[in-house]
Design a protein around this ligand. Structure first.
Ligand SMILES: [Zn+2]
Length: 386
């Protein structure tokens, strides 16, 4: 556990931590959706004490207590229910596959979740090997595809001799991300390359992405902090950059130190302070706006019961009074929002529930959602929360 008073940066290791900002209390598991409303209303919540590193810009929660996080079967984070996300993931997989040997390549994914991304590589005589402690065994069987419900441990599993090692959206959950960095290196030994992807902490801080703050995410990487961690793990950074509308960071890493080419963009030392004030301003302006809408008796729907939606509902004092929360993911339907307790409904249900204002949690999906509301015959205002 990282205790108050921690001075070392978990990404670059420097002793250069400065205070940033504290959040309102948020559910410690924002992606666990209880079947019972009563359980949702008493879901444990905790504030985050965010601090930043002066050397690499890494932002992290100094009061993080991994002991509070008990993942179970109600944990659901898949984004693969959005057609736009699926198309993006398919294009990324095709790009990554371009440099693989024509046949017989080995692809390993550490922290593969349900294996939806790894599946995109199956075929062409490839061996696809996934590791995830929370794997639920539901992946359709496919020749050459295997997922183990455990972590990859170099000492136990040995080198995987993978041509490509993938690790997406895992590092940000770890209080100490270095051992995973070392495991990625071991999995790629002796000839492979590594593809890393994490939420873009720079986007969160720079572009007002405050609704992306969730307790499960211990660390918020900048290009510089991701590159620093990779180098500490003995990996060369060939490229680090933004993707998915700037919301994700991706890095291409190599085993050979001579291939190091990118330390990430230089730091903007004023960013943490600007982020702290924009967080306070956004919370207060949305609190006022929501109070106006609720007092005027408007029926509001929040579209997106993912991280952003759950944080938005819980961070605002009157978030529990928002009547409708909608999500495309059928696994979430009929379940309840942790903290505020709304029952999650399907898009189709809006045809009868008739919201007057739909708040879209991810600006990338506004057009897709407006078209869907139109096809359902729902006439209402649609607005992106940003
Ligand atoms: Zn640092």
């Amino acid at each position: 556990m990282t205790r108050p008073g921690t001075t070392a940066c978990p990404a670059c290791g420097a002793d250069a931590i400065q205070d940033c900002v504290a959040t309102p209390a948020l559910p410690v598991l924002c992606n666990a959706f209880p079947a019972e409303r009563s359980a949702a209303l008493v879901a444990p919540r905790a504030a985050m004490d965010l601090v930043s590193c002066r050397r690499c810009g890494h932002l992290f929660n100094r009061s993080f207590d991994p002991g509070l996080l008990r993942y179970d079967a109600s944990y659901e984070t898949s984004l693969h229910h959005s057609p736009q996300f699926r198309a993006w993931a398919a294009e990324l997989a095709a790009t990554l596959a371009r440099d693989l040997p024509r046949s017989g390549a080995t692809i390993a994914e550490l922290g593969c979740g349900r294996g939806e991304f790894l599946m995109l590589f199956a075929g062409a005589g490839r061996r696809c090997l996934g590791f995830d402690r929370s794997y639920d065994g539901r992946l359709p069987s496919h020749a050459g595809l295997q997922v183990l419900a455990e972590d990859y441990e170099p000492a136990r599993h040995g080198p995987l001799h993978a041509d490509l090692v993938i690790c997406r959206h895992v590092l940000e959950h770890l209080a100490d991300p270095l051992p995973l960095g070392l495991a990625l290196r071991a999995a790629a030994a002796s000839h492979g390359r590594v593809y890393l992807e994490v939420p873009n902490g720079l986007w969160t801080m720079r572009d007002g992405g405050i609704w992306d703050l969730i307790y499960e995410h211990f660390g918020y990487f900048t290009p510089r902090s991701l590159a620093a961690l990779a180098r500490r793990a003995g990996l060369a950074v060939r490229r680090v950059g933004e993707t998915y509308g700037g919301q994700f960071l991706q890095a291409e890493l190599a085993l050979d130190p001579a291939q190091h080419a990118d330390d990430g963009a230089p730091l903007d030392q004023s960013l943490p302070a600007r982020f702290a004030s924009s967080l306070r301003e956004l919370l207060s302006s949305w609190s006022r706006r929501l109070a106006q809408e609720l007092d005027a008796g408007r029926r509001i729907a929040v579209w997106g019961a993912g991280s952003k939606g759950v944080t938005f509902l819980n961070a605002l004092p009157r978030g529990a009074e928002i009547e409708l929360v909608v999500d495309r993911n059928p696994q979430k339907r009929g379940r309840h929002v942790p903290g505020t307790g709304q029952r999650i409904v399907s898009p189709a249900e809006l045809a009868t529930r008739r919201p007057e204002l739909v708040l879209v949690m991810n600006p990338l999906y506004v057009a897709e959602i407006a078209a869907e509301l139109e096809s359902l015959g729902v006439r209402c205002a649609v607005e992106a929360v940003s």
